[in-house]
Design a protein around this ligand. Structure first.
Ligand code: CP
Length: 320
């Protein structure tokens, strides 16, 4: 089902396919030897035209843990892009060497373009302020593990999810909101300054699907209503001028005082990196789940790679 498929935006996979990935990731988490060596002889290219810690390293860790190998670059200045090579030519070339390509690029739509010229699967590791679908797999798996409903409707449902921070440029927010809209009894609360509101193509998507959502500038007012709080940093690299960034960057800072009004079983997520929007004192709160979330990212990327490379089928897990 997933063998040979690219992942460019969060709705590329059906809910059933996502459920299979989550079940596979849960099995890998339970049994550290599961699918080990299943990707031996396979090569993954990681092409990062923008900085990354979690996405690139968790993909590389995932591939190495599956017995495969990695090649690529983390700094586009060391590639022939600086000589003027087009993205299409780079992808056509790298696909001669690798069995799958993971790419992060500052331009919206770059991953889609890459998938159209590539004979091997392309995974979007972030295209500008647009989408970040493997972060969404990470976020959904974390919600399922920490606030899951069991077997019903994909294991996620009946939750009020708050998104706080830079909802305009935050691609992880765009991808997760679109993906969550497919689950039952989800409502969303968007908390941002007026200048950093969620874009119309996301709120329009929710309206089309009749998913209830509200927008506010006050985190304090809604804190007690939330089951999941998804904090985000203000995306400095996407601002046109530094003054606006400096004015907006510390609009929201989650600290222990604000946590007093939150539900006892709230789950605090953050795609990371964090800058100043969650005080370090919150890390010790059992509701802070962002470092567990980073670990789930590796498990779900192991499940994804073994599925698109067709190596999970040998275990009878994914109908490839
Ligand atoms: N969450 C995330 O995309 O982190 P990195 O930018 O470190 O990859």
């Amino acid at each position: 089902m997933l063998e040979g498929r690219s992942l460019i935006e969060p709705l590329n996979f059906t809910m059933e396919e996502m459920d299979l990935l989550f079940s596979l990731a849960e099995k890998i988490e339970e049994d550290g030897t599961y699918l080990r060596e299943s990707c031996r002889g396979k090569l993954l290219a990681t092409l990062f035209f923008e900085p990354s810690t979690r996405t690139r390293l968790s993909f590389e860790a995932a591939m190495l843990r599956l017995g495969g190998s990695c090649l690529g670059f983390a700094e586009p200045g060391s590639s022939s892009t600086v000589k003027g090579e087009s993205l299409a030519d780079t992808i056509k070339t790298v696909s001669c060497y690798a069995d799958a390509i993971v790419m992060r690029n500052p331009k919206e739509g770059a991953a889609l373009l890459a998938s159209r010229v590539s004979p091997v699967p392309v995974i979007n590791a972030g295209d500008g302020g647009h989408h970040h679908p493997t972060q969404t797999l990470t976020d959904l798996l974390t919600i399922r593990r920490l606030r899951g409903t069991g077997g019903t409707a994909g294991g996620i449902g009946g939750l009020t999810v708050g998104f706080c921070g830079d909802l305009k440029f935050g691609r992880t927010v765009h991808s997760l909101a679109k993906a969550l809209a497919r689950y039952e009894r989800i409502s969303m609360v968007f908390v941002s300054p007026a200048e950093l509101k969620a874009p119309g193509y996301i709120t329009g998507h929710l309206e089309d699907r009749r998913v209830p959502f509200t927008e506010t500038e006050s985190l304090e007012k809604v804190m007690g209503d939330l089951d999941v709080l998804y904090m985000t940093r203000v995306q400095r690299e996407r601002f046109f001028n530094e003054e606006d960034y400096i004015r907006l960057k510390d609009t929201y800072v989650l600290n222990s005082e604000k946590m007093k009004n939150a539900k006892k079983d709230l789950v605090i997520l953050h795609p990371l990196p964090r800058v100043n929007e969650i005080a370090p004192e919150v890390d010790a709160d059992p509701r802070a789940a962002y470092f567990r979330q980073a670990k789930y990212g590796m498990y779900v990327r192991m499940a994804l790679l073994s599925s698109i490379l067709g190596t999970a089928e040998h275990k009878g897990e994914i109908p490839c």
